[in-house]
Ligand binder design. Structure first.
Ligand code: ADP
Ligand code: MG
Length: 236
């Protein structure tokens, strides 16, 4: 990819609202949010519990639809896609990492990483190659046959990262990826996220309370009660 591509927004969110019905009334989880996620950056989204961070990530990733407003992935209107196209968009372009790792307990590390590739019906050889490469990249080649309960939290999260990477997405979306880890173990995950941006030229969006992640992010946005603050401008 050439240099100018790295400053293009990969995601553009315009005047997005998301209202959840609540009895006779509604909760407005996002109140007209606009932002750009720049390609080749690590963007952190911070904010208190209940401020709308997960709602934002879901809308951004096409896991949820905004009540109003627009979500763009490059030149595509995500909020207008049908379920089938949304699924394909997520499978082919987005990788997900969650606080609780989300690994299937009865499957080995390698099998967990391979599942999304099976779902996409990639050829066996291609799958095996991608799984090995991803395991190697997160430093867990020797753990390939281990099940989640045989691994530490940090190792499980590295498997989850490998699973996201193996799909070769353009954008990795992580919701509190270090939330269940000790800070020194969390550090390894942050270092990997950084290397994903620097060495693999992917874009990373992290929802986080972790000061270590915030310190490493290229751009920081803060959500307060469903509205967006550009923290670097607010506090910088
Ligand atoms: P955060 O991730 O920052 O903790 P969320 O995006 O999960 O915040 O939630 C934002 C607001 O929307 C909260 O007030 C929450 O209670 C509400 N909310 C989230 N999901 C739902 C839902 N499915 N139904 C009703 N209200 C919801
Ligand atoms: Mg949340």
């Amino acid at each position: 990819m050439n240099a100018p591509g790295r400053v293009e927004p990969i995601i553009r969110i315009r005047a997005v609202t998301r209202a959840y019905p609540m009895g006779d009334t509604e909760v407005l989880a996002l109140k007209g949010v606009s932002l750009d996620i720049l390609s080749g950056e690590m963007t952190a989204i911070i904010g208190r519990s209940g401020s709308g961070k997960t709602t934002m990530l879901n809308v951004l990733a096409g896991l949820d639809r905004p009540t109003s407003g627009e979500v763009w992935f490059k030149d595509q209107r995500v909020d207008l896609l049908n379920e089938r196209d949304l699924l394909r968009l997520r499978q082919e372009h987005f990788g997900f990492v969650f606080q609780s790792f989300g690994l299937l307990p009865l499957l080995s590390a390698a099998e967990n990483i391979g599942i999304p590739l099976r779902i996409r019906q990639l050829a066996r050889e291609e799958r095996e190659q991608r799984v090995q490469e991803a395991l190697e990249w997160v430093g867990l080649t020797k753990r390939s046959k281990h099940r989640p309960y045989e691994m530490s939290g940090g190792e499980q999260q590295r498997v989850a990262l490998a699973r996201a990477l193996a799909a070769q997405p353009e954008l990795i979306l992580a919701d509190e990826p270090t939330g269940q880890l000790d800070s020194h173990i969390g550090r390894q995950i942050i270092d990997l996220l950084q290397r994903i941006v620097r060495e693999r030229e992917m874009t990373v969006v992290v929802i986080t309370h972790d000061p270590q992640v915030i310190a490493e992010a290229d751009t920081i946005y803060e959500l307060r009660d469903g509205a967006l603050f550009d923290s670097q401008k607010v506090y910088g």
